[in-house]
Structure formats: C-alpha cells, structure tokens
Design a protein around this ligand. Structure first.
Ligand code: BTN
Length: 228
C-alpha cells in the first residue's frame, strides 16, 4: 500500500486532497514529520510539532467501504487504541474517537469526505505531548520509552488503519459497535443540557446517554464533557 512521506506539510488531510486532485487513486496514505496547519475536530487546530508526533491520512474509496460512513472514525479509534495497547499502553476511547490514557489525550481522528474519497486522519503524540489549553495531554513516550521510533510508528499506524478497514468489511457494524464499547470510558457525560450514563452506540455511531429519568438520548454532534 502506497505511503507518501513528507517532512513538513500544512496538513496531511490537505495534502491528501491535493494528491487526489492530481490524479492519485485511493487507497494510499500520507504521513508527515510535522504539520504547520494541523486540523482537529470541531474546527480546532491540532498541534503538530516537527518530529514529536505521528501525523497520518489514509485515503480510501468510500464506495469500497461498509455503511454508514459515520462509523468509520469510531472504527479507526478502535484500531489505533488496540494497536497502542498491544505496545503496552492502556488507551481508552472518549466518544467519538479521542484516544486517552487516564483522561489525558494521546491522539485523535479527523475523517473528511472529499468527493468519493474518505480521508481518515490520525494524529498521535509520540515522543512528546504538546501543551493544549483546557485539555490534559500525554504521549506514547510518557508511558513506554522502549517502543518504535517515529518512522516505524508511521508505518505501523498506516498498517493499523488499513487492517481496521478490512476488519470492518469482514466483521460488520454490530461487531464494530461492540468493539468500540469494550474500549470506551464509561463515566457520566454531559452534552449540552443532557447529563447521562453512556449506554453504547446507536446504529449510526451516535452515543446513547441515559439520563436520571431513564430516558435515552442519542448524541450525534459536538463534544461530550466528563461530569465530575
Ligand atoms: C481531534 O480533534 O481529536 C482530531 C485530530 C486529528 C489530527 C490528525 S493529524 C493528521 C491529520 N491531519 C490533520 O490536519 N489532522 C489529522
């Protein structure tokens, strides 16, 4: 599987769009050692200092993927969490796909549709964690120093994303929702005015929260916050 390597980019997701516009056909991956305009979910930026993180976008033809595509970012969160855990970490998922250790963010997933192509962007804090306002952060090296170097980590992450997609094709949506739930943090959460216990994922990947009255709400947009 092609993996296009760069020193620095604005954003691997933006480079993937350029590659598609120039005729590069999916599937392929783009990695960069640094990004100067890394993007996160909800219009946030993704701090991407040179040489300290893994920044990957894998591009897949949407036609070749199971549906709904709203499950794709959740799948990628599962694949990456399981891969990091196989390296000796203890990563959990906060809906939809924040990768966290003890509440500190170690990575995230940004999926975007470009024409018929799905861009699956993953950022991981590898040797250092950038300081981010209002969000504790951590890195792989904060927990294990005897793991892969950056170049091997880029390849390992790309392989992980590709094999997660083929797992989804073979196993389907119910297995995916169960896999996500097995990795999920299960503390009470708030979404706007709703506070509840997470119950699992709805068919389309919405988070089901059960409030104090027993009513179940499907959360589809935005972020959820922990309730202390
Ligand atoms: C999040 O907000 O948690 C998602 C962060 C996703 C960051 C990755 S780094 C590689 C790819 N390129 C980007 O500009 N963003 C994603």
């Amino acid at each position: 599987m092609d993996l296009l390597r760069f020193e620095t980019l604005d954003s691997t997701n933006d480079e993937a769009r350029r590659q598609l516009s120039q005729g590069c056909a999916p599937p392929f991956g783009v990695v960069s050692i640094g990004q100067h305009r890394g993007r996160g979910r909800q219009g946030r930026s993704w701090e991407s200092p040179y040489g300290t993180g893994v920044y990957l976008t894998h591009v897949e033809s949407a036609k070749r993927l199971p549906k709904p595509l709203t499950l794709a970012p959740l799948l990628i969160g599962c694949g990456v969490a399981d891969w990091l855990n196989s390296l000796g970490l203890d990563v959990r998922l906060k809906w939809p796909n924040d990768l966290r250790i003890d509440g500190a963010k170690i990575g995230g997933v940004l999926c975007e549709l470009h024409g018929d192509s799905l861009l699956l962007g993953v950022g991981l804090n590898w040797s250092e964690a950038p300081i981010v306002e209002d969000q504790p952060t951590t890195s792989v090296f904060d927990h294990r120093r005897d793991v892969l170097g950056l170049s091997d980590a880029q390849e390992g992450l790309h392989r992980t994303v590709v094999s997660a997609l083929s797992w989804w094709k073979q196993r389907g949506n119910i297995a995916l929702r169960e896999r996500w739930w097995g990795l999920a943090e299960k503390t009470p959460l708030r979404s706007g005015a709703i506070i509840g216990e997470p119950m699992g994922l709805a068919d389309d990947g919405a988070l089901m929260l059960r409030d104090a009255t027993g009513a179940v709400h499907d959360i589809r947009a935005g972020d959820v916050e922990e309730v202390n």
